[in-house]
Ligand binder design. Structure first.
Ligand code: FAD
Length: 553
């Protein structure tokens, strides 16, 4: 394709605005028209829950750019209230409807970028058309929710779906003082995560007064004669509420793509190549509307996140303007704040690997975010998944009050470089007591995982507790005080510091399943036992990990 003269972009937020700005930086000659059906461009969707909470008090702060500022800075023809109704790919023009006047007009393009995003799923729940049942996608949705609250923060809100938007809205409304009932169909919050890793989030929600209803869904909303709204749950309970928010996921907006005859992928997103080009050589597509390749497994996926949308917008602009840049897939690096805690993950989860029948090993560590002798150190729980032979990192999840973002970002970067757990051992990360530890949590995860692969540490898994054999002994190697506070049922107490003196009491015919609080003393115990000829395995993550696992059972 020769250098285009006219670029038309549909959708003026994450992917669309990025494509427009990048295109202008690369060419002062091209005409760029940005068409957005709503009243705002380039607003911070991700900030919406925090304005609802009142943490970002000024609404205007969510408007990262206005049509005027985008136009002035980048020389872009920005049209809001401009909805693209259809695409004529043969004639290379779009039909635009001015939503204020109702007038329609045609606009020709040489290159078209579709960044229409994804729409919230609204399941056919009876009564869900009540105006008090809302979804949250844009500034208008946020305004509608605030209007329903009308400045009084009493009464209850029902939130359906405990993904990251549902969790953020639960926190936001609790922060304002409302009663919040959070209803989630599956037995855990944050469905993309492994269940044991979100047990701390569930406990935090309950601690902060959220009425968490796992394993339930809303069957109907009722408001006889337009009276008070109630949500009817599948367990028969009926919850009076001032408003309800449906946060049960999004689906790619593909109406325009279909009108243009573009090929969709198996997931239902718009099919694009690595340059973000669709099946039509003059049309590119980016953001939540497209099907991406999973960066690790190279399979099709829908992963609606702001970072990928922004990068894809940039890449589409580069390819349109003659630079060959490739999008190398999405790995699902994400983070969510839940009151005092943060949960972050990257790559595959254990349940995703199990579903695909892929081989993996896993370890857990619970290090502090910085040196424990420096004030305000907090433990985190970090789970690392890796290939059982090569040690290639397959995924990681972390939960804790501080520092999980940094560790997951480091591991996400390592995954991009196809690094292994041995590289994590060897990573040199910044350290001073207020910031980290000389052995950073990332190094610790690398040490533990590498120990497993080198055969220095054999592990046992909590799942084995369901079918313990008579020749297996659970060995709690913590001190008596810790043991007295709670242990794994059936465990025998033998503190690691007494172990060498007590070896004669142990039976070489048995296998010892050792554990301590977080995994380190259990590892030391296993090293002593195995070097003395006993069969022994350690529980990585120790009793703390057992408690997380128990929280799921
Ligand atoms: P959008 O940003 O949704 O933009 C699409 C735009 O296209 C919309 O404004 C729409 O009006 C417009 N449009 C659609 N069809 C037409 C048409 N026919 N004509 C004209 N205009 C059209 N992601 C994260 O990574 N981290 C977060 O913390 C995070 N928090 C979020 C919180 C909330 C409440 C929401 C809703 C999303 C959040 N996301 C987050 C997701 C992130 O916002 C999206 O992944 C990202 O915005 C997708 O960019 P996009 O350009 O594909 O779509």
């Amino acid at each position: 394709m020769t250098q285009p003269k006219r670029i038309v972009i549909v959708g003026g937020v994450a992917g669309g605005a990025s494509a427009a700005a990048r295109a202008r930086r690369l060419s002062e000659d091209v005409t760029i028209t940005l068409l957005e059906r709503g009243p705002d461009v380039s607003f911070a969707n991700c900030g919406l829950p925090y304005h609802v909470a009142g943490i970002i008090p000024e609404r205007a702060r969510l408007l990262v750019q206005t049509p005027q500022s985008l136009s002035a800075r980048f020389g872009i023809d920005v049209r809001v209230h401009a909805e693209v109704m259809s695409v004529d790919s043969a004639g290379r023009e779009v039909t635009v409807k001015d939503r204020l006047s109702g007038a329609c007009y045609q606009l020709a393009y040489d290159a078209l970028v579709l960044s229409p995003g994804a729409e919230p799923v609204r399941p056919p729940i009876p009564g869900a058309d009540d105006p008090r049942v809302r979804t949250l996608r844009n500034m208008g949705d946020m305004d509608a929710i605030l209007k329903l609250l009308a400045g009084t923060d009493t009464g209850a809100a029902v939130i359906v779906g405990a993904g990251y938007i549902g969790l953020e809205m639960a926190e936001a409304l609790r922060h304002r003082g409302l009663e919040v009932v959070l209803v989630e169909k599956i037995g855990q919050v944050m469905g993309v995560a492994d269940p044991e890793m979100v047990v701390p989030l569930q406990e935090e929600l309950v601690r902060k007064g959220v009425d968490l209803r796992l394993g339930l869904s809303v069957e109907a909303f009722q408001a006889p004669d337009g009276g008070p709204l109630r949500a009817l749950l599948t367990d028969g309970s009926s919850i009076p509420c001032r408003l309800a928010i449906l946060a049960i996921g999004v689906r790619p907006e593909t109406t325009l793509a279909r009108s243009a005859g573009l090929t969709l992928g198996t997931t239902g997103g718009i099919l694009v190549d690595q340059g973000m080009r669709t099946s039509d050589p003059h049309i590119w597509a980016v953001g939540d509307a497209v099907e991406v390749r999973d960066a690790l497994l190279d399979v099709p996926a829908l992963i609606p996140l702001a970072g990928p949308a922004n990068r894809q917008g940039r890449i589409a602009a580069e390819n349109i303007l003659g630079r060959t840049t490739r999008y190398l897939g999405t790995q699902g690096t994400a983070i969510c704040k839940v009151f005092h805690l943060a949960f972050a993950m990257t790559g595959q989860s254990e349940k995703g690997l199990l579903r695909r029948g892929l081989p993996f090993r896993k370890i857990y560590v619970h290090p502090a975010d910085h040196a424990t002798y420096y004030p305000e150190a907090h433990p985190m729980s970090l789970k690392l998944l890796f290939h059982p032979e090569s040690g290639q990192i397959l995924g990681a999840q972390a939960v804790g009050p501080a520092g999980v973002d940094k560790r997951i970002d480091v591991i996400a970067t390592a995954m991009r470089g196809k690094l292994t757990v041995f590289d994590l051992e060897d990573s040199e990360l910044c350290y001073a007591p207020p910031f980290g530890s000389a052995k950073d949590p990332v190094n610790m995860a690398g040490f533990v995982a590498a120990n497993v692969l080198r055969g220095d540490a054999e592990l046992w898994e909590t799942e084995e507790l369901a079918h313990l054999r008579p020749d297996q002994v659970l060995l709690d190697v913590r001190n008596p005080g810790e043991f007295a506070k709670g242990t794994i049922p059936g465990a025998r107490l033998l503190p690691v510091d007494d172990l060498r003196a007590e070896l004669a009491q142990l039976d070489p015919a048995k296998e010892y399943l050792a554990f301590c609080q977080v995994g380190l003393r259990g590892y030391l115990a296993c090293r002593i036992l195995t070097q003395r000829g006993f069969k022994a395995r350690n529980l990585s993550g120790g009793y703390k990990r057992y408690q997380m696992w128990k929280g799921v059972q």
